[in-house]
Each structure stands twice: as structure tokens, then as C-alpha cells.
Design a protein around this ligand. Structure first.
Ligand code: NAP
Length: 329
């Protein structure tokens, strides 16, 4: 390998955050047993936030952002991996307090690494990235709680976002009737082409009634906030919500009635520290039964040199689908 390599580095001085491509050497990388040549990464909303001031994402500066990476092992100090292995790393401290995926090389702890499942390419792993992995984890947990293709509609909120789009596609690919909720008026045709049976506007408020019409067998919710109270009231008997995010707010109110009269459950989803056995299982599902036919249709591939303009797009909510960084493009 070369003496130096390029990385996108975020730094802070006197409260001002700067973003710069820099030449690093292997000695600049944090400790870890496995050195990976990064082939693909992706831009999540969290990555975009990591590049701006006061976002509270980055725990220590300087930092290389990138909570996701896929690549090939260059060198390993552990028997668990060897040079040439194709691997995925998402979550943990990556891009937060440990140099992440926006770099030609990354060095990580062996316990963070998932071997690339067969039937999945490195590029496909990053079309999914944390967004797809999280959607897959949510589906798995809802299924364990009774979600079934024999039953009626599943609601996906924030449907044009990274998590939402992939949740719509995956649920459709395994046979669910998906109702997509979106705030974007012009997104109906695209969401239907990706697998939504019906597209509805954002559910933005909650009424004062203790229970609503039983409408959903389950819901995937990257939105949260006050409107979550309304979804809770609309679940059918033994229905569950996979609660993932907070683009609509952090707090919600609820009475006990949906829980004690309809057996409603709220299942929290954490993609960052998922236990490794389950993490590998979800990635195997993403390679097989959850893999949508149209996975490649939602990718926007960019060069490593073009990260800054894509980050701007994400911060201004002008992106759609998944932004994949191809280090060899
Ligand atoms: N728990 C975890 O491990 C985990 C993992 C990944 C992501 N997340 C979180 O999940 C959330 C979504 O992530 P993402 O990657 O899908 O983000 P994203 O690509 O930015 O999508 C978020 C979507 O939320 C909807 N939205 C935005 N503002 C809204 C508002 N005020 N009210 C209602 N809906 C709104 C929009 O969809 P529409 O315009 O279609 O409504 C938007 O596209 C974030 O909060 C993220 O931090 C959590």
C-alpha cells in the first residue's frame, strides 16, 4: 500500500468546524486489529450532521466521519480475518469517536466487523448502509412480535427518507401490504413504483380520543414526535410499532388504553450497538429474502472527491434514496 492515503477530516478550532481532504498515514489511524481498504461508504443524515458546528455527533476532533464502510481487509492482527476478506462495518463508534468510512483506509476493532454475506456485493451493502440495516432490524423485530403477511396493512412513516424507502421496498418484497406516509406531495408515483400499495400524507397530529380506528397491524416509524400518539391509537390488536427515529420530534403522550385494551407494543430499534449474532443474521437476510429487486434503482453513486456537495444536499433535505461513495469511481 502507499505511504499516505486520502481522508475527509472534520476538525474544530475555537468553536469553528472545518472540513478538508487530508493525507494521512496508517499511524494516524486509531487502534484496531484489522486494517481495511475502503471500497464504498455512504452518506447518512448523521454523517452530514457530523460535518457542521454544534451537531453533538462528533465526540472528539479531528474526526473522519462515515458511520458505514464496506471494503477489503488489507492486514489483520487476528485469526478471525485475513487479507482479502470482504467486510462491512456499520455503527459502534465509527465516524463518531473512531475514524470512519470517509477514508481510503480504516482500522477497526475485530468485534465490529461483519463478513460480507454471499449474495451481497460491497456496493449493495452500502446502498443499504445503516438505513437499510435499521429497516431490516425493525422488520425482524416486528415479525417476532406477530407481523404477518396474512394480516392487513403495515404503515411506514418518513417514507421517502433512507430508512423509510428501504422499509417500503423490503416489506413489499416479502409480501406485505405497505401504506407509505410522506410529506412530499410529488412522491406518490415513486413510492408506488418501489412497492407501496397506497401513499398517504404525513400524520401530523393526535386527537384527544383514547383509541382510534384499528388501521395498522404494525408500523415502522423513523419520525417519532407528538404524532406517534395517533399511530399508537390506530394499531390493531397485538400490533407493534418499531420506533427508530425522531425527524418529527422527540416527545409524545399516550394514555395506557391502547396498551391494556389492544395489546399494543412499542419496540425500540438501536442499530448502533446491536449484538453481533443478530447483526450477522440481519445482514444475511439483507442479502437474501429482504433484498428488493430494485435495490440499485435508489442509489446515487458519487466520487470520494464529491462528498462535500452531497453533504450539502443531505443537510438541505434535497437528497432522495441512498448516496453511495465509490472510492474507485
Ligand atoms: N435507531 C437507529 O438505530 C437509527 C438508525 C438510522 C436512522 N435513525 C434515525 O431515523 C431517522 C430517519 O433517518 P433517515 O436516515 O431515514 O433520515 P432521512 O433520510 O433524512 O429521512 C427522514 C424522513 O423523515 C421525514 N420527515 C422529515 N421531517 C419530518 C417532520 N417534521 N415530520 C414528519 N416527518 C418528517 C421525511 O420523509 P417524508 O418527507 O417522506 O415524510 C424525511 O425524508 C433519523 O432521526 C435518524 O437519526 C435511527
Amino acid at each position: 500500500m502507499t505511504e499516505t492515503f486520502k481522508a475527509f477530516v472534520v476538525d474544530e478550532q475555537d468553536g469553528k468546524v472545518t472540513n478538508q481532504y487530508k493525507d494521512l498515514s496508517i499511524n494516524d489511524l486509531p487502534e484496531g486489529e484489522v486494517l481495511i481498504k475502503v471500497k464504498y461508504s455512504g452518506i447518512n443524515y448523521k454523517d452530514a450532521l457530523a460535518t457542521v458546528e454544534n451537531s453533538k455527533i462528533v465526540k472528539s476532533y479531528p474526526m473522519v466521519p462515515g458511520i458505514d464502510l464496506a471494503g477489503v481487509v488489507e492486514h489483520s492482527d487476528t485469526h478471525a480475518f485475513e487479507a482479502g476478506d470482504k467486510v462491512i462495518v456499520t455503527g459502534y463508534d465509527l465516524g463518531i469517536s473512531h475514524f470512519g468510512g470517509f477514508s481510503e483506509y480504516a482500522r477497526v476493532k475485530e468485534e465490529w466487523i461483519v463478513p460480507l454475506p454471499k449474495d451481497l456485493t460491497l456496493e449493495e451493502a452500502m446502498i443499504y448502509g445503516t438505513a437499510g440495516y435499521t429497516a431490516g432490524l425493525a422488520i425482524e423485530k416486528l415479525e417476532h412480535n406477530g407481523l404477518s403477511v396474512e394480516k392487513e396493512d403495515v404503515l411506514v412513516r418518513g417514507a421517502t427518507g433512507g430508512v423509510g424507502t428501504l422499509a417500503v421496498m423490503m416489506l413489499d418484497s416479502i409480501g406485505f401490504d405497505v401504506v407509505a406516509s410522506t410529506g412530499k406531495q410529488n412522491a406518490e408515483a415513486q413510492l408506488k413504483s418501489l412497492g407501496a400499495k397506497e401513499v398517504i400524507p404525513r400524520i401530523s397530529e393526535s386527537d384527544n380520543k383514547p383509541l382510534g380506528k384499528r388501521t395498522w397491524q404494525g408500523a415502522i416509524d423513523p419520525v417519532g414526535g407528538e404524532s406517534l400518539s395517533q399511530i399508537i391509537k390506530q394499531l390493531d390488536y397485538d400490533g407493534s410499532i418499531a420506533l427508530i427515529g425522531m425527524t418529527g420530534g422527540t416527545n409524545f403522550d399516550s394514555s395506557v388504553f391502547p396498551f391494556i385494551l389492544r395489546g399494543t407494543s412499542i419496540i425500540g430499534i438501536d442499530s448502533v450497538y446491536t449484538e453481533m449474532r443478530q447483526r450477522k443474521h440481519i445482514w444475511r437476510r439483507l442479502a437474501k429474502d429482504l433484498k428488493p429487486d430494485q435495490l440499485h434503482d435508489i442509489k446515487q453513486v458519487i466520487k470520494f472527491n464529491d462528498i462535500e456537495s452531497s453533504i450539502k444536499q443531505v443537510l438541505e433535505h434535497e437528497n432522495s434514496g441512498r448516496i453511495v461513495i465509490d472510492f474507485e469511481a
